[in-house]
Design a protein around this ligand. Structure first.
Ligand code: 6PG
Length: 237
């Protein structure tokens, strides 16, 4: 598996180069799934300030790799965070935003989201939807999306979405499964900060210990895998 590491001086430089990449891909219709958490905030601010009138937002359909089971206005909502840092500052058609309904029963939300993906995203020969680009974060415990270590989600052979639980907070989540992520044309991890350096080292050095991290299972057989890192996160490589 060819793993493409892109290392930048700091989160600002990383956000600029990733914004340039989003500008490039937005010249054509594209389905992009975003991650949640705090790392993407700087990327969204960069897009909102320096790229808001350069990018053809109507070419991009936004999804999420996961969502917390909270209402959209809740401080934990990944959709809510993206709306605050990005959507409120750009002209994007409402119908291009495909949020996960965190406010309803998790199983119903997962089924609704799965159905939406099946209806909107073209499928491969394996009958799994193929996202053009999935941008993921990385937790210090090795989780990605809301696939946490020791969860049964890693072995779900057929689902494309599932209900998960964050073991730290017991908060329910809706998440892409590893099978769906690995079916994408392009998967990019966006990771910054010294607190992620150890886990980045374990995963990217192919350490035996990394096998317990769900993020280490992200290996799209027919897609590109990239790690967009700042120097702090890459400091042990
Ligand atoms: C979420 C994310 C999750 C996140 C990592 C990193 O809903 O929390 O999708 O996978 O990307 O936990 O979070 P930070 O960017 O806050 O470190």
């Amino acid at each position: 598996m060819n793993i493409n590491k892109k290392i930048y001086k700091d989160p600002f430089e990383l956000s600029k180069f990733l914004s340039d990449e989003i500008l490039e891909v937005s010249k054509k219709k594209i389905n992009i799934a975003l991650s949640g958490g705090s790392t993407p905030k700087l990327l969204f601010e960069t897009l909102s300030t320096s790229y808001h009138n350069k990018i053809s937002w109507n070419n991009i359909n936004f999804y999420w790799s996961d969502e917390r089971c909270v209402p959209p206005e809740h401080q934990d909502s990944n959709y809510g965070m993206t709306k605050k840092y990005l959507f409120n500052n750009i002209l994007i058609p409402e119908q291009n935003i495909h949020r996960i309904e965190g406010e309803i029963a998790p199983k119903v939300a997962a089924n609704n989201y799965e159905q939406k993906i099946l209806n909107n995203i073209k499928k491969g020969s394996n009958d799994f939807p193929i996202f053009d680009w999935i941008i993921l974060g990385l937790g210090t415990d090795g989780h990605t999306a809301s696939i946490f270590p020791n969860s049964s989600l890693e072995i779900f052979p057929k689902n494309i979405c599932a209900v998960a639980v964050n073991p730290q907070t017991n908060q329910q989540r809706i998440t892409f499964t590893i099978n769906l992520i690995n079916n994408a044309k392009r998967v990019s991890f966006l990771v910054t900060g010294i607190n992620k350096a150890k886990i980045i080292f374990e995963i990217l050095s192919g350490k035996e210990t990394a096998i317990k991290y769900p993020a280490s299972l992200i290996k799209p057989p027919n897609g590109k895998l990239e790690w967009w890192l700042d120097e702090e996160a890459a400091s042990l490589l």
